[in-house]
Ligand binder design. Structure first.
Ligand code: ZN
Length: 211
């Protein structure tokens, strides 16, 4: 079984057409990284081994579920649908045209809202982690509203962090990915080149390099 991620509806993002995730532009690559992460061995082993503390070798507020059950709910629970032998996560995405003032986003009525500052300023691993966090809410997991010490060990926060970490390790921090694969020049130059390319709009022509 594979867990697939689909963009079922989208509003407020620049690139909003296409059937494959990559056709949606940057946000599609973010969703594709989330999909890769959910199916990865790295993700599974970190979820299965998760310990809020030595005395609490599981997530906080897991709704009575073991780590293995949490993994199953994220990959094939009620927030997914069946598609042959696979499971599908339908994402309904909204980019809020407000800055967010330090807030990343929120879920409302099955829609994942993301403030534009966060989306515009972060590469796919960060956004993949955010999508995973919000999807964990849709899958039934919650956390305290206020910032408490234990909050980072709840399923939405911990899983968002794991997805971010495995994506960063697998795909690197740069967007688009192929820039980091060019060798023989240092990271600062890569970033400068990336900024220049972004400014000139060349970025939009180099999709399809994500695998
Ligand atoms: Zn949350």
């Amino acid at each position: 079984m594979v867990t697939k991620v689909r963009i079922a509806s989208i509003r407020g993002y620049d690139e909003t057409s296409g059937k494959r995730l990559e056709d949606f532009g940057k946000v599609g690559h973010c969703a594709a990284q989330m999909e890769w992460a959910l199916n990865s061995e790295e993700f599974a082993s970190r979820v299965l081994a998760y310990e809020a503390s030595a005395a609490r070798p599981r997530f906080l507020r897991p709704g009575g579920l073991t780590n293995a059950e949490v993994l199953h709910v994220l990959r094939a629970g009620a927030a997914t649908r069946r598609a042959g032998r696979d499971r599908v996560i339908d994402l309904h995405l909204v980019r809020e045209d407000e800055r967010g003032e330090g807030t990343i986003g929120f879920v409302r009525g099955g829609y994942i809202h993301t403030y534009r500052d966060y989306f515009d300023r972060h590469g796919p691993p960060w956004m993949a982690g955010h999508l995973a966090h919000e999807f964990a809410h849709l899958a039934g997991f919650s956390h305290a509203r206020e910032e408490k010490p234990g909050r980072k060990h709840t399923v939405p926060y911990a899983v968002g962090e794991i997805v971010y970490e495995v994506c960063l390790e697998r795909f690197g921090r740069h967007w688009p990915r192929h820039l980091e694969e060019e060798r023989d020049f240092d990271v600062r130059e890569t970033e400068a080149r990336q900024r220049r390319k972004k400014q000139s709009g060349v970025l939009k022509t180099i999709f399809g390099l994500f695998s």
